[in-house]
Write a protein that binds this ligand. Structure first.
Ligand code: SF4
Length: 191
């Protein structure tokens, strides 16, 4: 348990932000899994930009950014860089964020073959279908799915799929308030 001490933004109530990149939202569901414990958490922290609050833009700097999912398209990269710019500490939460997770299984197949299988040759493709979606408003798919630390500096990783809810919040409280805790092996959760 050698988490380093960090300087956080001033003020008694700390701010966190969260986002889901190439993930399944399971890590965000886990964040909510502390049930009434959430009432204690929101006494300590404000949740700023996040799918949980539906706040879309950073208007204030945040102490911690929790990132679910890795980077599979140009939008993921842009959002991740925005989080790096606006958060003091970035944490990759869950296997998709840490190494790409399930979406990274496509890294073993060339992108073209992957898109053809999904859009032209799948069981639900229409006869004679020839179009792979491609429009300037649609984020470009990257050749590979990348771990977040391949794109920006990540300060901490919380393993699991999804990580146990108490584990996530214990890490957040430890970083923000230096609260002591230990992680039991059984807390590493892979559902
Ligand atoms: Fe979903 Fe697991 Fe990836 Fe979290 S780590 S986004 S729960 S697949």
């Amino acid at each position: 348990n050698d988490i380093k001490k960090h300087t956080t933004t001033k003020g008694s109530k700390k701010r966190i932000a969260t986002t889901s990149l190439a993930g399944c939202f399971g890590c965000h569901m886990s964040l909510l899994d502390i049930d009434l414990g959430l009432l204690d958490v929101i006494e300590l922290v404000d949740i700023h930009k996040s799918p949980l609050t539906d706040i879309k833009k950073f208007t204030e700097r945040c102490d911690i950014g929790l990132i679910e999912g890795g980077c599979c398209n140009t939008d993921n990269v842009e959002v991740l860089r925005e989080f790096r710019k606006n958060c003091d500490i970035l944490i990759s939460v869950g296997e998709c964020a840490i190494w790409g997770g399930l979406p990274a299984m496509r890294n073993t197949v060339p992108l073209e073959a992957c898109l053809s299988e999904a859009y032209l040759n799948s069981m639900t493709s229409e006869e004679g279908e020839t179009i792979i979606p491609n429009h300037e408003d649609i984020p470009k798919i990257l050749n590979n799915v990348y771990a977040n630390h391949d794109v920006v500096k990540i300060d901490y990783h919380i393993p699991g799929c999804p990580p146990n809810a108490n584990h996530i919040w214990n890490v957040v409280k430890h970083i923000l308030f230096e609260e002591e805790y230990t992680i039991a092996y059984s807390e590493f959760k892979y559902d």
